[in-house]
Design a protein around this ligand. Sequence first.
Ligand code: HEM
Ligand SMILES: *[C@@H]1O[C@H](CO)[C@@H](O)[C@H](O)[C@H]1NC(C)=O
Ligand SMILES: *[C@@H]1O[C@H](CO)[C@@H](O)[C@H](O)[C@H]1NC(C)=O
Ligand SMILES: *[C@@H]1O[C@H](CO)[C@@H](O)[C@H](O)[C@H]1NC(C)=O
Length: 470
Amino acid sequence: METLAYFLLSFCLSAFIYVFYRRSRYRGLRIPPGSLGLPLIGETLQLISAYKSENPEPFMDERIKRFGLVFTSHVLGEPTVFSADPETNRFILQNEGRLFDCDYPSSISNLLGKHSLLLMKGALHKRMHSLTMSFANYSIIKDHLLVHMDRLIRFNLNSWSDRVFLLDEAKKITFDLTMKQLMSVDPGEWTESLRKEYILLIDGFFTVPFFSTTYRRAIKARTKVAEALGLVVRERRKEGEVGMGKKDMLAALLGAEDGFSDDQIVDFFVALLVAGYETTSIIMTLAVKFLTENPLALAQVKEEHDQIRLKKGESEAIEWSEYKSMHFTQCVINETLRMANIIGGIFRRAMTDINIKGYTIPKGWKVFASFRAVHLDNDHFKDARTFNPWRWQNSSGTCPPNVFTPFGGGPRLCPGYELARVELSVFIHYVVTHVSWVPAEKDKLIYFPTTRTLKRYPIIVCPRNRAQDN
Ligand code: HEM
Ligand SMILES: *[C@@H]1O[C@H](CO)[C@@H](O)[C@H](O)[C@H]1NC(C)=O
Ligand SMILES: *[C@@H]1O[C@H](CO)[C@@H](O)[C@H](O)[C@H]1NC(C)=O
Ligand SMILES: *[C@@H]1O[C@H](CO)[C@@H](O)[C@H](O)[C@H]1NC(C)=O
């Protein structure tokens, strides 16, 4: 009883403070129009229920219709300005570190580690971001990573038989490739046991941290992952010059002029694993799902890849020039990124009062730049809510750069943008040339807490006989 009374009292009190603060503090400012919803919880429940459904669009659509492309809501405990306007989104991305910055809750930053790229700011962020960029740039992919990518994807595909969960297989591939890229480790027992811990760590990002066993387990798993990675780092440091000959991220970090500590390197690696893992594996799964649902597009993709295989031996790896010749596949990839919106947008915090579009975003407020709303807007893409890879065929140059932003932009532009594209292309190549498949059961897409398919996309596969097909 006592706790209930206490709860009610504190609830009323906070509700009162809340209403008061809404009235008084911003009276002078012209904040973007909108509805703050209920006290404390605001519109959080509407947001979550929309994004847990197959069709989350109404949440944004209704508010855009009532208030315009920039509006205010109150979600996840704070007033938040939403933008579905490409110009505003670009302004937010470009002014990272000057007018806006990232601000992760401590539950997330504890999982990431204090030296994570995602948490870095200022000059250090700039330097580490460009180091990361240089380690996923096209010349590294072309000269070093592509051949491993080819081998790892082929190796994984050879183990498919009967019924597989496509998302699980994509995750194995992505993890193995990242381990290769970071520290030249090949898949084996060690990587599989590391991956098991790593999965527990990832689960921690998507749970409410208070009183949660999942979260505590994730923190423990982080320690284990960090220990395992730390061991490799120490061994390579001992090897000295011998290890430097390896063309991987670890060699670059160990060889850097102003030396990084083991802890810094480990946190840095965890950040790369976290940022590249879910995103790339989900986009691989969704590309296949979208193609399955669009037989015409699938037939055209098959034709493109059969032509490539026709000109080379069955066991020869894909080369850079062949990747570059996959024109229709690139259209499919852009269209998949546009429709899927794995990262639906980004949260930032206003570092000062910011004037934009005739409104003021008060200092300390959260903003959400929605990429999804722009990508699915008929004003920017004709018939925006249907999958149509052909729309990209004649579009070179017609789509302004701030309209299509699946990889973000500005100082935090995704360093993995090219890597993800190449990985996806090679994956599609081997899937369409090597197997035939049908969905094993109906699966659906949901968007909260992240975009994914509910059942990990189970499919029934059998080897494809290209000679007979044609
Ligand atoms: C289809 C796959 C991917 C998508 C859609 C994607 C999307 C994004 C987006 C939108 C951001 C910006 C986040 C922000 O501004 O707060 C980002 C950042 C980042 N991504 Fe990716 N990403 C993908 C794959 C990868 C891969 C494969 C890697 C690994 C190399 C990677 C590493 C990173 C890192 C380290 C950051 C943080 C950059 C920073 O804060 O400076 N991503 N990604
Ligand atoms: C890619 O990064 C390497 C260093 O890792 C650098 O030598 C090279 O010039 C970069 N290439 C491009 C095209 O940026
Ligand atoms: C795909 O989108 C990128 C921008 O992210 C663009 O540079 C590229 O030209 C597009 N590809 C095709 C085939 O339209
Ligand atoms: C693209 O342009 C070519 C000629 O430039 C034309 O034949 C083709 O029909 C166009 N495709 C689309 C989808 O508009």
